[in-house]
Design a protein around this ligand. Structure first.
Ligand code: EPS
Length: 379
């Protein structure tokens, strides 16, 4: 079983992750992890904090001569803006944040809550996900996310192969599939910033090359869609998740929703075993199991809840109405969210791969992958 935990506060010493059960024998590229950390800090509409931080990962354990050895991998991303001991508490909880509920639940200062609730934690989850992508790569499994909507603006995606879509996304300041719409989105973000307000958006994540049989129909907590939904919803500010057609499926008849099953012998040697689908409304998951079609997930991010023009709140000391606290904030972090979600989804897929194909070594996983495809093709 591949498990992981994170620790760390937004203005503490560092963010830390431990991955336990990561297979041995995989050469690790730190450069590839750092590239994802740089992408996470990008986009348009980020606040002053992103100019301070230059995130880089350090791997403290679990590697020998650049390869995984099967023991726990400890990842660290240090905070340049370490100042937690000098920071004041807040009296006025910010609507939308963990401030009020956390202060009540833990009988704690708001500062203690917000420091851990902060999306800064996602830096190390991206590092863990970028490591997981390196485990998926030898199997031809790839995760790719892009920004599909920013506030009220829907991006008109340009189509193309995965490589072309990656190039488009990387050419877009906002990480969309249409760099020609960047200026329209930038104008909206600028207007929002002037108004002291914030913006959310929608991210689409696709995982290609996924084999049959990740997840299981046999128990509620083994279902792949349930597991992915939890992984996605656990990302700060995510309020909705859809698989495939998602909510649209509820509005259509069954004949317009379900994906017919066909057999194409020319594709029998691929991970689909020749079972092809003319549509992918299911988003690659049926019965809580992957069906060898691309997994397609959409996530809705709410607007950042720290507002420069704050909403109504209550001073917890006086119980009198006062505007919520404000220090500094991002205006729009949906581009960062796309990087986070791509990596968080990759990590959950890697966990399901380890469940299906074994987690002691990469070589054993590969042998079992080959054996499974041979046996499934014969059934
Ligand atoms: C965040 C508040 C801001 C963001 C932060 C998340 O940080 P600060 O309070 O230091 O201005 O910039 O995000 C990051 C630091 C990051 O690396 O993503 C919050 O309250 O969630």
């Amino acid at each position: 079983m591949l498990r992981f935990w994170t620790a760390g506060e937004s203005h503490g010493h560092a963010l830390v992750a431990i991955l336990d059960g990561f297979p041995s024998g995989l050469p690790i590229s730190i450069t590839e992890i750092d590239a994802e950390l740089v992408r996470r800090q990008g986009g348009y509409g980020r606040g002053g904090r992103q100019r301070l931080e230059q995130d880089k990962v350090e791997i403290l354990s679990g590697l020998w001569r650049g390869q995984t050895i099967g023991s726990p991998i400890a990842l660290v991303v240090r905070n340049r803006d370490y100042k937690i001991e000098r920071m004041e508490d807040l009296d006025r909880p910010r609507p939308g944040h963990a401030d009020l509920s956390g202060a009540m639940k833990y009988l704690a200062p708001i500062r203690a809550v917000l420091e851990r609730a902060s999306a800064r934690e996602t830096a190390v989850r991206v590092a863990a996900g970028a490591l997981a992508k390196q485990l998926l790569a030898p199997f031809g499994v790839t995760a790719f996310a892009h920004v599909a909507e920013v506030g009220p603006i829907r991006i008109t995606p340009k189509s193309g192969s995965l490589a072309e879509q990656r190039a488009l996304r990387d050419a877009s300041l906002l990480y969309t599939l249409n760099p020609d719409q960047d200026d329209e989105v930038k104008t909206l973000i600028d207007q929002c910033q002037k108004a002291g307000d914030t913006l959310g958006g929608v991210v689409e994540i696709r995982v290609e090359g996924v084999p049959f049989g990740l997840g299981s129909h046999t128990q509620w907590d083994k279902k792949l869609d349930g597991r992915l939904a939890q992984a996605v919803m656990s990302v700060q500010a995510i309020k909705g998740v859809e698989v495939g057609l998602g909510f649209e499926a509820a509005r259509r008849r069954g004949s317009e929703v379900h994906d017919p099953i066909r057999y194409d012998p020319a594709q029998a040697s691929t991970h689909t075993l020749g079972y092809v689908r003319p549509t992918n409304h299911a988003g690659g998951i049926e019965g809580g199991m992957s069906n060898a079609q691309p997994i397609v997930i959409r996530a809705a991010m709410k607007p950042i809840s720290t507002l420069a023009r704050p909403l109504e709140s209550i001073n917890l000391k006086t119980k009198q109405p006062e505007p919520a606290a404000y220090e500094r904030s991002d205006v729009c972090a949906v581009s960062a969210a796309s990087v986070i979600l791509e990596n968080v989804v990759a990590l959950e897929i890697a966990r399901a791969m380890v469940d299906k194909f074994g987690g002691d070594s990469l070589a054993e996983m590969q042998a079992r992958w080959t054996l499974f495809h041979r046996m499934a093709a014969e059934r």
